[in-house]
Design a protein around this ligand. Structure first.
Ligand SMILES: C[S@@+](CC[C@H](N)C(=O)[O-])C[C@H]1O[C@@H](n2cnc3c(N)ncnc32)[C@H](O)[C@@H]1O
Length: 291
């Protein structure tokens, strides 16, 4: 796991909280308005530990001085940095396994059959964090579906945080990160050791296009997707935001497409546009009939 911008270690490891109640409320409001991320009351220690490195780098003596300045004059670049630091970027290669098993056994064979004439596939990892999710998809395609090498396949990977997007584009991971979920055969085939880190191969890097996209801002014009991974991001949003995003998503997924949520997420109370399906232990969603 790579926790970007997180310098503390939780309530016990954190220093005394110095930010005031109004500063905490200002920060909660700003992050909610700009990124839809809901910071629960009582998370002052977390906020403060994530602000520490930014405050230090920008020459403030503490996070509360930084927040005082932001409240007085919110410089857009600093607001962006603060929001970036408030994102939780936990991810790993082959996270939760089952979605990738379903891609391999059922979904990609079906889509390859259905797209034989156009020979085009579009896959979107929305909220891709530091790249492990889209790179897992790219490795799976290369390993199990070599026929796709002559197709036009686009894997689009987007996130709100410029910091994680830089890491993703770089494609260099620590030993701990590759140990977390990545099977040894994939490590040997698609990574090169570089001192204490591992660099993903250029061919896999080239297969993924990374872009910044805030899911709560208007999405750019995009051709509809065949497969969408939007996992472990909506847990940070309130119900109205989830509804808005899934309503928009319904227009961006092909009528015979596939959508994955995180293992702890569901469409219950969020959208009727999608129907729940299972394949083995994997759960995914498809546009409802007659949508
Ligand atoms: C916990 S990670 C999930 C990464 C990956 N999808 C996975 O399941 O392993 C959540 C990601 O959502 C991103 N995020 C949070 N709010 C967002 C927003 N409003 N728009 C786009 N991405 C957002 C964060 O920057 C973070 O990288």
């Amino acid at each position: 796991m790579r926790q970007v911008g997180f310098a503390g270690s939780g309530p016990r490891g954190a220093a005394l909280v110095t930010i005031s109640k109004p500063q905490f409320e200002f920060l909660r409001e700003t992050v909610r308005n700009r990124a839809a991320i809901v910071i629960e009351p009582g998370k002052e220690y977390l906020v403060e530990s994530r602000l520490c490195p930014i405050a230090k780098e920008a020459g403030y003596d503490s996070p509360d001085s930084l927040l005082a300045q932001l409240m007085a004059a919110p410089a857009p670049a600093m607001v962006d940095r603060v929001i970036d630091a408030m994102t939780t970027n936990e991810t790993s290669f082959v996270r939760d396994q089952h979605p990738f098993a379903a891609l391999e056994s059922e979904i990609l064979p079906a889509l390859i059959d259905a797209r034989r004439t156009t020979r085009r596939l579009r896959i979107w990892s929305a909220a891709c964090s530091s790249g492990q999710e889209p790179y897992t998809i790219a490795m799976l395609l290369d390993q199990h579906f070599p026929e796709l090498r002559t197709w036009s396949v686009e894997i689009l990977a987007t996130d709100l945080s410029p910091t994680v997007l830089d890491i993703a584009r770089n494609g260099v991971y620590s030993q701990v990160e590759v140990n977390r979920g990545l099977p040894a055969n994939l490590l040997l085939e698609y990574f090169q050791r570089d001192g204490v880190s591992w660099s993903i191969s250029d061919s896999i890097k080239r297969a993924v296009t990374f872009r910044r996209l805030n899911l709560i801002e208007p999405w750019p014009a995009m051709e509809p997707m065949d497969i969408v991974f939007i996992r472990n991001v909506m847990i940070y949003f309130d119900i109205e935001t989830k509804v808005r995003i899934m309503t928009q998503m319904a227009k961006h997924l092909r009528t015979d497409g596939f959508l994955f949520l995180g293992a702890a997420e569901s469409m219950i109370g969020v959208s009727d546009y999608f129907e729940r399906h299972t394949s083995g232990k994997s759960v995914f969603y498809r546009p409802s009939e007659g949508r």
